[in-house]
Design a protein around this ligand. Sequence first.
Ligand code: SF4
Length: 369
Amino acid sequence: MSRLDALRGPSPPVDHNARSIAALAANPACHRRAVLDAAGIDKGKVVQHLGHPMQFGQSPFALIRSRQFKAIVKESGGAHLLRLLRELLGLAVEEAGYRDVEDVDEHAGRALLRKHTEQLLRSAAENRGDAATIVDHPLLKLNVAGYDVYLEPDVIAFQAQGKFHVVVIKTFAIIDDQAETAKVSAAAREAAVYVHALRVLFEQLRLDPQRVSHDIVLVCPENFRNFPTARLVDVRHQLEVLRRQLERLARIDTILDTLPPDLSLDLMMDGDTPTRSAAELGAAVSGIPARYAPECLSVCELAYFCRAEAKACGSLEALGRAVRDDLGGIESVSTVVNLATGAAVPSDDQVAVTERLRYARRIHGEVVA
Ligand code: SF4
């Protein structure tokens, strides 16, 4: 049994996905998230047991709606998608082809599906006559922090001019040509993970990775109807950020070496019910160093637990990265207060920041006087 399996216990592992990789890459210094994700631990169940149920994620209604809309986009061999690709990428009528990776075998395992994905993409890249315009249910593999993660983009589309495009299907609406910026940004970050994984695969297949376009095809409902429309979204910026952040992620085995050898995050499930004491599990989770920031609230299931922990120990992390960076070298709120009020004597490397704190305190005092 691997160390990661031992950490999780007998519960089945929860798979990574593009969303979780984007979130992990957004906080590369957080060993807690890195370890829990690598061990495939159900973070939602853990925080629920710890009394801090997660407050984000898709509702059952949203999941059903997402499945229905994807089915509409892909129905009849991707008829809607082909129409959109023709409009968006100038795909010629005769350049239409649909391949479903899952056709290989209904019960195929991941290794076989990934192999089949590779074969279809290699064939499309090397033999234009055999170009599958749409590859459905592709399975990609990406090494994240020293372990392999399987990813399932919605679709990969091949354009006759030689470029491959990742297609992302979302259920937020495009109304009068506008969509919510935050939702488009989240979709772009997720799509960048697929583009990156596809480029890595192309390199492994000795194909030009630049044949994977940095423009992704975002498919959404138009004006609240279930009628699909599509836009190209340039994810170059997200790709660059992701690549840099993945490089900075500490290797999991290096992190594991720093943890107690008998550490366990096993919920000790009895059917659907965790039987491990919450206090004991909380102590085990707290034993893995975290790097909480308010941004965690929108991307990580553990956010409310980590925020309570950061607040309880007066950590500056809870006030955000900008505050933490401004007050570099000081760890806690109480130290900041003591330095600002003169109750503590600054060390040599705290002198500059203490002067700024006392200046800000003086200004604040004058304003409120
Ligand atoms: S919420 Fe906690 S575990 Fe998740 S990324 Fe933030 S600090 Fe790390």
